[in-house]
Design a protein around this ligand. Structure first.
Ligand SMILES: Cc1cc2nc3c(=O)[nH]c(=O)nc-3n(C[C@H](O)[C@H](O)[C@H](O)COP(=O)(O)O)c2cc1C
Length: 168
């Protein structure tokens, strides 16, 4: 039997992009940092996001039925920390720290994101502590060729873009 600590140690070797998952609507505004994001299929364009059911944003995603995946750039470490709860602040105040716009669904889109995937939730599946949200991509915003922000071995790393120059 693989224990939680051993599994977490193993997963720390798997480098990932860092994303802010946002939503807005009748249930309100919410956002959370998440690395558990994966493409499912390009037909129809679909991705998945795994969110802890204890997260403040979780019930808001469920009720609004939409979310936007905002992929962070190399300079966005503080934004990642902010939406992971550090420093602690009211949800509305998290959003005041950076500039947003919106695409198809009305979920907040980070202006300086590497790319944003604006989604309507099509399925939700609960597994252990988390829910897997499947999102049909309704809008896209592709940013400039900037450094990527990577979370690997429990710390942040900046990966140059092969064609890029600009920092965010
Ligand atoms: C780099 C990084 C990746 C994270 N990835 C996830 C994730 O994939 N899913 C998730 O539910 N929480 C993830 N978290 C934790 C959440 O960002 C957050 O700390 C937790 O859900 C509590 O959020 P709240 O204060 O908004 O309730 C991650 C945190 C960090 C710093």
């Amino acid at each position: 039997m693989i224990g939680k600590t051993e599994y977490r140690e193993a997963m720390s070797r798997l480098g990932t992009a860092v994303n802010i998952i946002t939503t807005d609507g009748a249930a309100g505004l919410a956002g959370v940092t998440a690395s558990a994001v994966c493409s499912v299929t390009d037909d129809p364009p679909t991705l998945l996001v795994c969110i802890n059911r204890l997260s403040r944003a979780h019930p808001v995603f469920l009720r609004n039925g939409i979310f936007c995946v905002n992929v962070l750039c190399g300079t966005h470490e503080l934004i990642s920390a902010l939406f992971a709860g550090s420093p602690p602040m009211a949800m509305e105040d998290r959003f005041k720290q950076v500039r947003w716009r919106s695409l198809a669904t009305g979920a907040p889109t980070l202006e300086e994101a590497a790319v944003s995937f604006d989604c309507v939730i099509t399925n939700v599946s609960d597994v252990g502590t988390h829910s897997v949200f499947f999102g049909h991509v309704k809008g896209l915003s592709i940013g400039a060729a900037r450094e990527a922000l990577i979370y690997f071995a429990r710390s942040y790393h900046r990966l140059p873009h092969p064609e890029g120059v600009a920092a965010a």
